[in-house]
Design a protein around this ligand. Structure first.
Ligand SMILES: [Zn+2]
Length: 150
């Protein structure tokens, strides 16, 4: 069975949850924070999680595990959706993208062309006008059309 290595002590485990609490007195969230890991990163091996998932699915399918308000809970979770990214998440993602594709996410200077050969400023103005129009204000799009196609 695959194992994952604890970044605090270097030992390997199928799952870190109880080890972190017992040996390092930290929660999973504190561990992720301390080692700059993504918030949703699982702290258990894929095979361990798959085994747990199968056991849980079987318990639910056979009715061994259920709650009277289960349907309400599922509905509430679906309605709540996923949480938004935190500012530190956004900053971390920006650094990752900059390392992967340097310069890709900065504004092109005036007069530059995009990779497809189109004028960067014209395209940027179009995008702003398009977003404004989509949000109910067509005046920028009218101005753009008059400027470039009129
Ligand atoms: Zn450890």
């Amino acid at each position: 069975m695959a194992k994952i290595i604890c970044l605090e002590c270097g030992k390997s485990f199928e799952h870190l949850g109880s080890h972190l609490r017992r040996m390092h007195d930290m929660s999973g969230d504190e561990y992720r924070e301390a080692h700059a890991l993504p918030r949703g990163l699982p702290l258990a091996s894929d095979s361990y999680r798959e085994t747990r998932r199968q056991i849980l699915a079987q318990s639910i399918a056979t009715g061994a595990m259920t709650r009277p308000d289960q349907a309400d809970l599922v509905e509430a979770a679906r309605a709540a959706g996923r949480p938004g990214k935190t500012p530190s998440d956004k900053e971390r993602h920006r650094k990752i993208m900059q390392a992967l594709r340097p310069g890709d996410h900065s504004l092109l200077p005036d007069g530059a062309c995009r990779a497809n050969g189109r004028d960067a400023v014209r395209e940027r103005e179009y995008q702003r006008a398009y977003r404004a129009k989509r949000n109910g204000d067509p005046s920028d799009m009218d101005a753009w059309v008059a400027k470039y196609r009129g």
